[in-house]
Design a protein around this ligand. Structure first.
Ligand code: FAD
Ligand code: SIN
Length: 539
């Protein structure tokens, strides 16, 4: 089947849905998403959205905090753009019906602003501790009632359609949509479009322990890389310091907002340890807190540390964190009365598909928005709650730009061949997938995790080369399934992370290599850029 639209949006988190709503004002939108429309990292976001919304706060202060967390690699122009655009984007969400938490003092009702690590002011707008759900539900409702948007659930994009592959070589390549697998029917359809938007989220599933949902397999980054787009800063993987440590909890996130409200990290014997690692103690930026926990765990041999909010009134805890309170109770932990066992887990992909200030990638008609993109906002480390903000701002910028491109340039989609079915045999070796999946995620955790070394990176490189060959053989020999598509993508993304980390011979932000424990501004105050078939470099 061939489906034609003006815009093809891949992904239904905050970035994809926001883009689709804006683009739909001037053209037709096909939105494909690999599970049900709500399934996304966005849905699980807890803490909230950072923005300057209080009289006591200033743009300068938010800019300064973002730049400090980014450890020298943020693009200042982008930081200013995102921070200053924030209040208008939050207002749009409110108009769409998102009910953010508020508080009343006297006759005044105002937004209740939370605080998180690295922020010098209270500036996190939130809906209790279920911010992502509130935002996702409002955006989904608006998208489903928009006649210009056609939604295709349970469709996984397999590969982008590039001009040079199917029409002929041109100097600067162009993307005309994507092939996607309809998971319910097992058929591949051609989604052809004049502008294609990758809003596929992050890649936490590359690691054994992650706060991310199962959709986070870095598909957009891998697909963009395969058509020759520039990929930037993949070594900067953010580990969230506090995920619930429980065999059945699947790394459930314990929001940083708990520390913002006074929760304290402790060792098993009650010793406080954060002050000796950073002057901001428990509210230090995430990279520092995650490394401090990793250091303490390696030193003590314990399996987890503890986060304690039980000194706060029980009513306050239940009202402010109803979801976390309920979820922990399911595991027998009453957070109003006892400390919570926590460990770090992979949480956010700071790098991604390199874009300019309008969300354009280095390939014509291909945009990337949200966690899949690397806009320059986060640099070497993302400040808490800046991700949802970035997605909103860039969905807006990219939609404006894509609308103009379609209006002002000749946009005739050339004839594109249907997907060529190959390997028509269904595999009877599903174990190959689970074996490779586990192996990649385990060695990425052990060798390319919170603390790296040249030796560990070399080991990881040898393994990924071997596994990639095996996965590729399997990919071409058997019928395509969404499992093999995702496995192939996590292998590509793992390789990009390893190669980027190997190029950065220093420690900065989220990238810490024990062989080079210091920052080296003279040689590495630059982004890492990887591009298929081109020499990797720093720029
Ligand atoms: P996502 O919301 O992840 O959406 C990606 C979409 O792409 C999904 O619909 C997925 O199914 C689809 N998709 C992926 N690959 C394909 C494919 N091949 N074909 C078709 N569809 C595909 N950030 C904050 O700023 N504040 C917070 O409080 C916060 N809390 C968080 C809590 C948790 C537990 C997690 C995991 C993250 C949190 N983050 C937070 C980070 C933030 O939620 C994400 O960075 C953000 O939601 C990403 O939005 P997105 O639209 O780019 O991607
Ligand atoms: C959290 O609530 O701790 C997550 C916030 C974020 O990832 O920005």
């Amino acid at each position: 089947m061939e489906i034609k639209s003006d815009f093809l949006v891949i992904g239904s988190g905050i970035a994809g849905l926001s883009f689709a709503l804006k683009a739909a004002s001037s053209g037709t939108v096909a939105l494909i998403t690999k599970r049900n429309i709500r399934e996304s990292a966005t849905f699980y976001a807890q803490g909230g959205i950072a923005s300057v919304l209080s009289k006591e706060d200033t743009f300068d202060s938010h800019i300064k905090d973002t730049l400090y967390a980014g450890a020298g690699l943020c693009n200042r122009e982008i930081v200013e753009l995102v921070v200053k655009d924030g209040p208008a984007r939050i207002q749009e969400l409110i108009q769409l019906g998102v009910k953010f938490s508020s508080r009343t003092t006297g006759n005044d009702t105002e937004l209740d602003l939370g605080r998180e690590g690295g922020h010098s002011k209270r500036r996190i707008v939130h809906a209790e501790d279920l911010t992502g759900k509130a935002v996702e539900e409002a955006l989904v409702a608006a998208v489903l009632s928009n006649k210009n948007i056609s939604v295709y659930e349970h469709h996984i994009a397999v590969d982008l359609i590039s001009h040079s592959k199917f029409v002929g070589q041109i100097q600067e390549d162009t993307v005309w949509g994507a092939y996607a697998l309809d998971k319910t029917k097992g058929e591949i359809h051609s989604f052809l479009s004049k502008a294609t938007i990758l809003a596929t989220g992050g890649a936490g599933k590359v690691y054994l322990f992650t706060s991310n949902p199962d959709i986070a397999t870095g598909d957009g980054v891998a697909m963009a890389y395969r058509v020759g787009a520039e990929i930037s800063n993949m070594e900067f993987i953010q580990f969230h310091p506090t995920c619930l440590y429980h065999s059945k909890a699947k790394s459930f996130l314990i929001s940083e907002a708990l520390r913002g409200e006074g929760a304290i990290l402790k060792l098993k014997d009650g010793t406080l340890f954060m002050k000796k690692h950073h002057p901001m103690a428990d509210l230090a930026p995430r990279d520092i807190v995650a490394r401090a926990i990793d250091f303490e765990l390696k030193k003590s041999g314990d399996e987890c540390v503890y986060l304690d909010l039980s000194h706060k009134p029980a009513d306050f805890i239940r009202d402010r964190f109803p979801n976390i309170h309920r979820k922990c109770l399911e595991f027998g932990i009453d957070i109003t009365a006892m400390p919570i066992p926590v460990v770090p887990a992979a949480h956010y992909t700071c790098g991604g598909i390199k874009t300019d200030k309008e969300g354009m990638t280095s390939v014509n008609r291909l945009y990337a928005v949200g966690e899949a993109a690397c806009t320059g906002l986060h640099g070497a480390n993302r400040l808490a709650s800046n991700s949802l903000l970035e997605s909103l701002v860039f969905a807006d910028k990219a939609s404006e730009h894509a609308i103009k491109i379609i209006k002002n340039t000749s946009s005739e989609i050339p004839p594109i061949p249907q997907w060529e079915t190959r390997g028509a045999v269904a595999s009877d070796e599903a174990v190959v997938i689970s074996q490779n999946w586990d192996e990649i995620r385990r060695f990425m955790w052990n060798y390319v995790g919170i603390v790296r070394s040249d030796k560990r990176l070399e080991r990881a490189k040898r393994r990924i080369t071997l596994l990639k060959n095996e996965i590729n053989e399997y990919y071409w020999d058997f019928k395509i399934t969404s499992d093999i598509v995702e496995l192939r993508n996590i292998a590509t993304v793992a390789e990009l992370i390893i190669n980027s980390a190997s190029m950065r011979k220093e420690s900065r932000g989220l990238h810490y290599n024990i062989d080079y424990p210091e920052k080296d501004d003279a040689n590495f105050l630059k982004d890492t850029i990887l591009k298929l078939n081109k020499l990797a470099g720093l720029a």
